[in-house]
Design a protein around this ligand. Structure first.
Ligand code: HSE
Length: 315
């Protein structure tokens, strides 16, 4: 229990809660990186009653019961660990669409707990905040996973070595560009997890852990070719890519345009590609646009970089 004195009730903090790319192709549930764009804007106000009120600023229908809300559930967990009467009012401008694959639920959860922690005098550690935020992921997908909330809170590339107990490792990375295309179809993470096989072949596991180790080593050694070679997934992508129209064309043509590699962002439908410089990332964006224009599927694209800060306080 954390005891807090001199609370400033009615004080309001605004944060930017960025999107994230979970899995990084080969690292299902254990790797993720933080983006600069897109990001949600969240205003959180400290209340003198133990309750959580969630308000949508842009008409997204959000569950009124905070237990069922990705921002509300983490705040309720946080309130339980504070030895003072506190509550929070949260208003959210959701720029990251739910079901997009760029960490929409994680942004709500992470933004809420980082803002609330500011209002409480930053008593909780980043690991505590990730622990609270995972309650939001449980609401969204039925399972606690930290590969979106950890990079969203901590920034950069993160490895989640374990979630029980939480063991998060920040991985240094080169300044890469990230191109994301979000075809405007919705894939619920819970559904995208449901279709996965429960068992893997040893030969596939060997390939996969070779790639995970290669990707981490590539980031740490600034070895772009190793990063590219390691962005390969023999377990999850063959199953999930079926849900994403145009996936194999995007992947193949983006690599031909110079991308190091990439794949499904989180549980999809967004697809991300890493590039060494901005001109390549922009050429990759054009390839993505061409594929979805041809398919007649509306989309959004982002050309952005790895965000080393995570959730930031705007005011
Ligand atoms: N690791 C999670 C999954 C991320 O792929 O289901 C969801 O964004």
């Amino acid at each position: 229990m954390y005891r807090i004195e001199n609370l400033e009730y009615n004080k309001r903090v605004t944060v930017h809660a960025p999107g994230t790319v979970a899995n990084l192709v080969c690292g299902f549930d254990i790797l993720g990186l933080c983006l600069h764009e897109p990001h949600d804007v969240m205003h959180v106000t400290l209340l003198d009653e133990p309750k959580v009120v969630i308000e949508s600023l842009d008409g997204y229908p959000l569950p009124a019961d905070p237990q069922l809300n990705t921002a509300g559930a983490p705040l309720l967990e946080m309130i339980h660990e504070v030895d003072a009467t506190v509550g929070f009012h949260v208003s959210i401008q959701k720029n990251i669409k739910p079901g997009s694959g760029v960490g929409s639920s994680a942004a709500s959860a992470a933004g809420a707990v980082v803002a609330a922690n500011h209002l409480l005098g930053n008593i909780f550690s980043p690991t505590d905040l990730v622990r609270f935020a995972m309650a939001g992921e449980k609401v969204a997908s039925g399972v606690k996973h930290a590969d979106n909330v950890a990079p969203c809170i901590i920034g950069g590339v993160t490895l989640i070595r374990s979630i029980f107990p939480l063991d998060i490792v920040s991985i240094p990375s080169p300044e890469l560009f990230v191109t994301v295309v979000h075809p405007q179809i919705e894939i619920r993470t819970a559904d995208a997890r449901q279709i996965l096989r429960k068992e893997v072949l040893l030969k596939d596991a060997i390939k996969q852990w070779g790639n995970i180790a290669g990707l981490v080593a590539g980031f740490m050694q600034n070895d772009l070719s190793l990063i590219g070679r390691s962005l390969e997934d023999v377990i999850i992508e063959p199953v999930r890519s079926i849900l994403i129209p145009g996936f194999s064309d995007v992947k193949q043509q983006c690599k031909e345009a110079g991308a190091l590699g990439g794949g499904i962002s989180g549980s999809g439908p967004s697809i991300f590609m890493l590039s060494k410089d901005e001109p390549t990332a922009t050429a990759v964006e054009q390839v993505m646009k061409d594929v979805y224009n041809k398919l007649g599927i509306p989309y959004h694209t982002y050309v952005t970089t790895i965000n080393q800060q995570g959730v930031t306080k705007a005011s």
